[in-house]
Design a protein around this ligand. Structure first.
Ligand code: PGA
Length: 247
């Protein structure tokens, strides 16, 4: 089984107006030759415009969340089919901010993952422990439990990735040590091969949480790290390109 092609995805979160599309354009213009697949995930309001702006580039566009249903009476929500219709190719599901702000359980995340597959989107399924869970020594149990609960069996044979994002590392400037990242990524890999057999080896496992150009070389070359999910540092093209070039 060949190593998965790394994925570097930018998560703009609730940031960005139409003027920010200039940053997306600059990412596309500066990409050059890279071993990575590169994606930007803006707010739903920008997905269609960004997809149009990047249509002749190698940069893919993704959503940040999707509803489990294809349509219906769910005011304010966005269906995976709507994201796909707007030009998205991927979607983040189960981000810890969604789990915390909207009470999303593993079962809800699994339903959203299924919705992504139904719409032909490649899901990026997020997992990660809180600081309390890490301090209690529960990191591996929590994360592998989230992987089992959030990944439906229907992912077998489909393109998807898992993003390990320690909650305490998101937006804080803190990161786990490289051996700590490797411990968790190896545990996720073992769970993936248990769930999906040999195919589980081809699933990129992204690291996310305070990735920036200055720590990207070390993180991206750690064992079982197959890319990054980047928040703050994806908002500026220069920073995001610096991370992509660290591969
Ligand atoms: P950060 O966010 O890079 O700003 O820490 C990562 C994420 O939440 O995906």
């Amino acid at each position: 089984m060949t190593a998965p092609r790394p994925l570097i995805a930018g998560n703009w979160k609730m940031n960005g107006l139409a003027a920010s599309l200039a940053e997306a354009k600059a990412v596309a213009a500066g990409l050059g030759d890279t071993a990575a697949r590169v994606a930007l995930c803006p707010s739903a309001t920008l997905v269609a415009q960004m997809a149009w702006t990047l249509k002749d580039s190698a940069v893919l566009v993704g959503g940040q969340d999707c509803h489990a249903q294809a349509s219906g009476a769910h005011t304010g929500d966005v269906a995976a089919e709507q994201l796909a219709d707007a030009g998205a190719k991927l979607v983040i599901v189960g981000h810890s901010e969604r789990r915390a702000d909207h009470g999303e359980t593993d079962a809800a995340v699994a339903a959203k993952t299924l919705a992504a597959l139904r719409a032909g989107l490649e899901p990026i399924v997020c997992v990660g422990e809180t600081l309390e869970q890490r301090k209690a020594g529960d990191t591996l149990a929590v994360v592998t439990g989230q992987v089992r609960g959030s990944l439906p069996a229907e992912l077998a044979g489909k393109a998807f990735s898992v993003a390990y994002e320690p909650v305490w590392a998101i937006g804080t400037g803190l990161t786990p040590t490289t051996p700590e990242i490797e411990d968790v990524h190896r545990a996720i890999r073992a769970t993936l091969t248990e769930l999906f057999g040999e195919a589980g080896r081809a699933v990129p496992i992204l690291y996310g949480g305070s990735v920036k150009p200055s720590n990207a070389v070390e993180i991206l070359h750690a064992d079982e790290v197959g890319g990054a999910l980047v928040g703050g540092a994806s908002l500026k093209a220069d920073d995001f390109l610096g991370i992509i070039r660290a591969l």
